[in-house]
Ligand binder design. Structure first.
Ligand code: SAT
Ligand code: MN
Length: 609
């Protein structure tokens, strides 16, 4: 395609404006075809940025710089006109000031590079729930990832039409090249203080500069499908959430769709692709990271997966933990910051087998293989946030309806995080507002998915949206309360809080997780049918003794069940104190009264226990 194929005057003018600002050597309008993907990948291989993998057809390994390995929350900004509208959990900069700073950075920033224009759709093209974006980038890595992760090409320009809406997304790695200079195989990016991941919520616009990694650079994902989409969802009455979507079928062949919000690197991909340990049950995948949900005319919430691929955490992914993800990435995949084996395959910690021969680690250094598939902290062969990018339609358990433009009707929402104590295996909210309360208090240990000195510490991550809400989080809570008023209890999803990560005093996990989480999903499925399998407790409904199927579970795991399915009164009272003193006060007058009331109810219930 050339610029003359673009009939939409707004798009054309924007491309010309950015071209003038960034002064690339060439302009390329992406059509998303295989030929285009192959040509750009070849360019990456020729320049030394990508290594073709002999053992995985049409798959490539990239190594980033150690300073550009994950999202950078401290450099992520919500530039609303008023600081209050960004709220207490976001980094705010005045949009006029930010644009001035970034315009300076963008000036001439694509010198020596090609400027790519990627027309893409989040969601099936033409679905009433889908939205269109256009990303301009100077990174071939970004284009190739976007071709896997979204729907790219002329069909999107056609869907936008001559005067339709789109979200403009500007990205540069922030590393202009001098005359005759090349990257020499070194990942291009800018220094930390010059990285900016900026959202302008009033203009529905994204400007990203200086990072080439994941959510910082693939702007359809966190920047659009979450930060900007939360703003659109608030204004238009729907939900844009950091949630997997799965299809659950019981032994009778009955189906329910479930979504689940968990912070980054807490097992969303594994849960979405789970292989049940209990006979007769089946899990299929609709999405593994983001759900967009709108009310249907029947009053139920229908969800689509706005993405077309998986950008999954590689370490820990094995035949045992997630065979389906490995299968999805068997070919036509991109691997970032994994280790390379002598025979041309990828390897990572927790892949399930020790590597043979010498390896090249994610920093490009040759290392002798280890006898096990674990490494000491800080010396990993694959970076802990190493990723695979794989087309969703290559996943063996992808649900046939995963691209249904109507979406799928949701029966249950799960919230969860990594909580070594207090929070039980599963409990159910009594009603919608109680469920919103549970979402608002989610906490989790910080993972390697973000560059932070808090890794390993528990932080509050409401709705697993802490880094992804494009406006004041207190108003976002209110939006959730309001959504509950738009339908009736029988039609709204039931809300559950799960915790696969309880630990004993010696630091051992008390629940096997992975495929065994199907035991909890089965209980939830039956709850949605109103089955009498629960007891009413101070914190909500919990499984009746014996209601969790334990067939085939080890004796040790069975013995742990009473401890992880009971109410830890002291732990919850501490939790309440922390919410009351440190969490809720942050939101000031933006905190919905309904949530303050829920906190009082919980405290009373516990004191009367
Ligand atoms: O934001 S990323 O896409 O890099 C990964 C994540 O944090 O979920
Ligand atoms: Mn995510």
């Amino acid at each position: 395609m050339t610029i003359s194929d673009i009939k939409n005057a707004k798009i054309k003018a924007w491309i010309e404006e950015i071209e003038k600002l960034c002064t690339p050597d060439a302009l390329h309008i992406c059509d998303g075809t295989k030929e285009e993907y192959d040509t750009l990948m070849k360019k990456c291989v020729d320049s030394g940025l990508a290594t073709p993998l002999k053992k995985k057809p049409n798959s490539f390994l990239f190594r980033s710089l150690p300073s550009d390995v994950a999202r950078v929350e401290a450099r992520t900004f919500i530039a609303s006109r008023k600081e209050e509208d960004a709220g207490p959990t976001n980094h705010w900069i005045d949009p006029v000031e930010l644009k001035k700073t970034m315009t300076k950075l963008y000036t001439g920033c694509m010198k020596g590079r090609t400027m790519y224009v990627i027309p893409y759709s989040m969601g099936p093209v033409g679905s009433p729930i889908s939205k269109n974006g256009i990303e301009i980038t100077d990174s071939e890595y970004v284009v190739c990832n976007m071709i896997i992760m979204t729907r790219v090409g002329k069909k999107v320009l056609d869907a936008i039409g001559p005067d339709g809406d789109f979200v403009p997304c500007l990205h540069s790695v922030g590393k202009p090249l001098a005359e005759g200079e090349s990257d020499h195989g070194i990942w291009p990016c800018a220094d930390m203080e010059n990285k900016y991941i900026s959202q302008f919520p009033e203009e529905h616009t994204i400007w990203s500069y200086g990072s080439g990694y994941g959510g910082n650079a693939l702007l359809g994902k966190k920047c659009f499908a979450l930060r900007i989409a939360t703003v659109l969802a608030r204004d238009e009455g729907w939900l844009a959430e950091h949630m997997l979507i799965l299809k659950l079928t019981n032994p009778k062949g009955e189906v329910k769709y479930v979504t689940g919000a968990f912070p980054s690197a807490c097992g969303k991909t594994n849960l979405a692709m789970l292989i049940p340990k209990i006979p007769g049950w089946k899990v299929e995948t609709i999405g593994d990271d983001i759900a967009w949900m709108k009310f249907g005319s029947d009053g139920r919430l229908y969800a689509i997966n706005p993405e077309a691929g998986f950008f999954g955490v590689a370490p820990g992914t094995s035949e045992k933990s997630n065979k389906n993800a490995l299968e999805a990435a068997r070919e036509n995949a991109i691997f970032t910051n994994c280790a390379l084996t002598e025979d041309g395959d990828i390897w990572w910690e927790g892949i399930g087998y020790p590597a043979k021969g010498d390896l090249i680690d994610w920093k490009g250094i040759k290392r002798p293989a280890l006898p096990k598939d674990k490494s000491p902290k800080g010396e990993e062969f694959a970076h802990p946030n190493a990723r695979f990018t794989a087309p969703a339609n290559q996943c063996p358990c992808i649900a046939p309806e995963w691209e249904d433009p109507k979406g799928v009707p949701i029966s249950a929402f799960l919230f969860g995080g990594r909580r070594p104590s207090t929070v039980p295996l599963v409990h159910q909210a009594r009603d919608w507002n109680h469920g919103v309360f549970l979402g608002s208090i989610v906490g989790s240990e910080v993972t390697a998915a973000v560059i932070s000195d808090q890794v390993g510490q528990v932080r509050r991550d409401p709705f697993a949206m802490l880094p992804f809400c494009g406006y004041n989080m207190g108003d976002y809570f209110q939006h959730w309360i309001n959504i509950g008023k738009k339908s009736t209890a029988d039609k709204l999803p039931k809300i559950f809080y799960v915790n696969w990560f309880r630990k004993d005093d010696d630091g051992n996990f008390m629940w096997p997780g992975y495929g065994d989480n199907s035991r909890v999903l089965a209980w939830i499925f039956d709850r949605c049918d109103g089955k009498d399998n629960a007891v009413d407790t101070a914190i909500g409904y919990m499984p009746k003794p014996g209601a969790i199927n334990t067939e085939g579970l080890s004796e040790q795991d069975k013995a742990n069940i009473p401890a992880i399915t009971s109410v830890d009164k002291e732990g919850w009272l501490k939790e309440i104190k922390d919410i009351r003193e440190n969490h809720y006060p942050k939101f000031g007058k933006h905190l919905p009264k309904e949530l303050a009331d829920q906190l009082d109810i919980l405290e009373n219930n516990l004191k009367n226990m």
